[in-house]
Design a protein. Structure first.
Length: 592
């Protein structure tokens, strides 16, 4: 069973001073590799890497990063890891740096490489777990930059349950094109503008060359920045740590502080499951809705909860979204970038406004050793800015993300409504495609008509396999000027950069015989984001008749990682998880 109830007994809310940090090596996992005559061979490896006897006798702290040269999201993580290590050393620990993979959505998007993206979340969590287990590290600082690496790293922390601090690598700075701030989403939409003859090849080339000017993750309230806000709201990252752009060297001070913080947590024995509780998960969902965050949070929050043995599904997320006011005017649905958000005060401003209006659980434990309310006691709402709104003046009374259910989605679906103004209903004939490539081709060749409901199916967790995002298609629609004239539904996902009437996570997915797999061209689909409904105008008898004729499809991935993922992955409603989770545990790694 999850070990999440002991924080009050094990810790105070006062930060541990350096002189009071005491560690009993004989009760830590690293005793299995460093303590006693029988561990002489193990210690010899540590001496070979330059460690001293004193360093071997200290707690060993994993410093895990998703550094690679695949994309700007991750390129600064190696630098930041050194800052985390300095913090660990200063606080009496011995840091041990290691890396894991990332699949970067911006490069994987729009082709079969995107099937690897969600799968990478599980590989990241698994590889961090295995490295920590294999080398018996006592605590963890995890740094991540791209979309799936953030929840993957958080999942490993909750799974292992050793004292842990999450660090976001930071947002990219906005680019400048024709006098306006731009992000990579503008480039994706530029593809549609080019196809429509609204942008020349030279303009598209100029846009692509300036949209991403430096290191950092995609610059709006897309998935990476959404999950960074989640980490602060949930309490597993230091307050304000998600804010500064990756290029700012000031980030290094915050990252160093995270290294110190993890040693304080180790001294107090405060663990992730003391922090990640049902209440803190609810806090995270509130902040996602209030900032108009990515629909992917509806997938990742249940997966993080699953690691702790907490049942927290898309239904729970949608319930919270429905009652949360929308407070931050951020891209893609709004005006401002993540850098603008940082300059206006960052996510602590949103958290404080929500706390002051009774919309968050203020007594949740965080990695500071203090509660969420205590962490934000001195935050003041900045008056001279345009990014954030007061609850009483909210952009809309309900959140920027909405859950849907109905005859087309008995297990639920999710849609981002941030920036959609009053157009929250849609009805039209289905245009059915069995993969994203078919739909994208139809869009760029202008074969989609105003009023159509584009259906992209067999892209769910099992059916894809891998539950691809559809940013290339949705952005092309906007580039063509069709973004607000059609709707799109899928059993796959949407990028945090998607805008418009785009509904994802439709469940059950087509691959397991869900209603989305029974649709035909011309079927009338009705969407009502105000009432939370997604229906197809077919009788139960007709759906049942089609179901009897339906046959499972065989996908093209019959070996390797994608095949293995398809064998074990569950439904999107519960986070598309691949193992039994915390409820099935007999113990946690932290207690070995």
């Amino acid at each position: 069973m999850p070990d999440g109830s002991g924080a009050a007994k094990r810790a105070t809310n006062k930060p541990a001073k350096k002189a009071k940090r005491k560690f009993n090596k004989n009760k830590l996992p690293s005793r299995h590799t460093t303590v006693g005559p029988e561990r002489a061979p193990h210690r010899s490896y540590l001496y070979a890497m330059g460690l001293t006897e004193k360093e071997i006798a200290q707690p060993l702290v994993g410093v895990a990063t998703c550094w690679n040269e695949a994309a700007p999201c991750n390129i600064s993580l190696s630098r930041q890891a050194q800052a985390a290590k300095r913090g660990v050393k200063a606080a009496g620990g011995t840091p041990r740096e290691f890396t894991t993979i990332t699949v970067t959505d911006g490069i994987a998007m729009g082709h079969e490489g995107m099937k690897s993206s969600l799968v990478s979340r599980e590989i990241i969590a698994d590889s961090v777990e295995l490295t920590m287990r294999g080398h018996c590290y006592d605590a963890l600082v995890g740094l991540a930059g791209c979309d799936k690496s953030l929840p993957g790293m958080m999942m490993s922390m909750v799974r292992l349950n050793v004292p842990s601090v999450f660090v976001y690598g930071g947002t990219i700075l906005p680019g400048k094109f024709q006098g306006k701030d731009v992000t990579v989403v503008d480039v994706f939409e530029g593809v549609g503008q080019y196809a429509a003859g609204k942008m020349s090849a030279g303009e598209l080339q100029e846009l692509e060359s300036v949209a991403c000017p430096c290191e950092g993750s995609c610059g709006g309230q897309f998935t990476a920045n959404t999950m960074a806000c989640v980490a602060e709201a949930m309490g597993i990252a230091l307050p304000t740590s998600s804010g500064a752009p990756a290029a700012y060297k000031s980030r290094d001070d915050m990252v160093r502080a995270s290294g110190v913080a993890v040693m304080d947590l180790l001294a107090k024995n405060i663990r992730p499951r003391d922090i990640v509780t049902r209440e803190s998960l609810e806090n995270a969902a509130v902040v996602v809705a209030a900032t108009g965050g990515s629909t992917n949070a509806g997938l990742h929050l249940p997966a993080i909860a699953h690691e702790a043995g907490i049942k927290f599904t898309l239904d729970d997320v949608a319930r919270i979204f429905k009652k949360t006011p929308y407070l931050a005017d951020l891209m893609p649905g709004g005006t401002y970038t993540a850098t603008d958000m940082y300059r206006a005060g960052g996510v602590p401003v949103v958290i404080k406004e929500l706390l002051d209006n009774g919309l968050l659980h203020g007594d949740c434990m965080t990695v500071t050793g203090k509660t969420l309310k205590q962490n934000h006691a001195k935050v003041k709402f900045p008056e001279k800015q345009k990014v954030f709104y007061r609850v009483k003046d909210a952009l809309s009374p309900t959140g920027g993300v909405v859950g849907l259910k109905g005859t087309l989605a008995p297990e639920g679906a999710i849609v981002k409504v941030a920036g959609m103004d009053d157009k929250l209903t849609f009805e039209g004939p289905a245009r059915v495609f069995d993969c994203e490539e078919e739909a994208f081709e139809a869009v760029v060749k202008r074969k989609i008509k105003e009023g159509d409901v584009i259906v992209i199916r067999y892209e769910g967790p099992k059916g894809g396999p891998g539950m691809r995002e559809m940013l290339s298609t949705t952005a092309a629609l906007y580039g063509l000027g069709m973004g607000d004239k059609v709707a799109l539904i899928t059993d796959g996902r949407f990028s945090g950069g998607t805008r418009g009437f785009c509904i994802g996570h439709v469940g059950p997915e087509a691959a397991v015989g869900g209603p989305i797999g029974l649709l035909k061209n011309g079927d009338i689909i009705s969407i009502d984001a105000e009432k939370g409904k997604l229906n197809v105008k077919l009788s139960k008898a007709e759906l049942e008749r089609r179901r009897k004729k339906w046959k499972p499809r065989k996908h093209d991935y019959q070996s390797g990682a994608l095949w293995r993922y398809a064998q074990t992955v569950g439904n999107a409603r519960e986070g598309a998880v691949v193992h039994p989770g915390g409820k099935a545990e007999t113990h946690t790694y932290a207690d070995i």
